[in-house]
Design a protein around this ligand. Sequence first.
Ligand code: FAD
Ligand code: PHB
Length: 393
Amino acid sequence: MTRTQVAIIGAGPSGLLLSQLLHLHGIDSVVLERQSRSYVEARIRAGVLEQGTVELLHKAGVGERLQRERLVHDGFGLGFGGRNFRIDLKRLAGQSVSVYGQTEVTKDLMDARLASGAKLIFEAADVTVSGIDGGRPTVRYTHGGASHELHCDYVAGCDGYHGICRQSVPAAAIQAFERVYPFGWLGVLADVPPATHEIVYSNHARGFAMCSMRSLTRSRYYIQCASDERLDAWSDARFWDELRARLPAEVAEAVTTGPSIEKSIAPLRSFVVEPMQFGSLFLVGDAAHIVPPTGAKGLNLAAADVRVLYQALVERYRTGSGELLERYSETCLRRIWKVVRFSWWFTSLMHKFDDDPFAHRIQLADLDYLTGSAAAQTSIAENYVGLPFERPL
Ligand code: FAD
Ligand code: PHB
């Protein structure tokens, strides 16, 4: 039997960042991760960090390599009707975003945690959580063939959409809101220079496409695909042809092709549970909410939850007051629903939903309106760079 103050389930960005911030404030935690370290470090996911996320990573003491290696983007492109229209984030919203892979964020956090002797347990199987409603939580798991028991004050469920923490809450105490989109994203990573300096989101009659990057020599591209698309049906050559067919000509011509080093399909959904806390269990990041990747918000939203939770736990241990902890869910949900709305709206604007030409004309009209309206551009820019942090109600 072991004891800690906060048991953290999941060593994705949410779990690692929370554990690191708590450590810097003298709060002890144990992180339990189902996968191996190398598996967690290799997962290719997000690429865009809001300034607020960058600042939180600095606060966590993991900002040094990020500061050196990130690419600062002052704008992004919207491709449609054969053109590439630039949204000037810096001018319209006064901020930029940083391109720095989630893989790198995870690596920096992992290195920092391990360097300070963190209790990080990889390949922890059969994790269960009990006693969360009685104030005496216990986490049980098996590791290296042996059963273990961890007693704690609080449990942070940072175990992603498929984790067990959300499922540990009685069904009657939680409500889920969901929208599943009738398509996915097929992503390719390749060691070729990016086609553009900034990210381009392209609306096309053949379906959505986008150009992103990880560095000046590594590109990340996505195309909309069917939800049940088979990965093996997509040779590199077929992917490059389809990508170029969906981009404005000037962007398509600038695409450098090359062998893919990773290729994967991600389904798209919007999902939120309310509330995000039950007794001593707090759900954080993808365990509580999923947004389609079109607005680049998932990781940023996870970081925003961590920010609220670590501050509430620091207050609880410093002053004994559980006031901020009690408001964790409502504080987070105010931001979450605005981000869910933006990600849903941007997804709806840019993707092909069916073969209805009316629907496509409406999207083009919306995009054309955007190009002529400073108000509409400011709205998209404000949301893209990240909404301001709200004080607890
Ligand atoms: P996760 O990263 O899912 O981590 C959860 C961890 O818990 C995992 O390591 C998992 O192995 C572990 N776990 C699960 N179950 C258990 C268990 N039973 N016991 C122990 N451990 C368990 N977001 C952005 O902000 N910007 C982007 O540009 C962006 N692009 C994206 C592109 C794609 C294609 C995808 C798929 C996502 C993208 N996202 C983006 C979303 C972002 O990747 C996620 O929101 C982010 O990973 C959430 O972090 P998390 O730590 O909450 O969850
Ligand atoms: C990425 O680079 O992986 C990326 C960038 C922007 C998005 C989604 C994904 O909106």
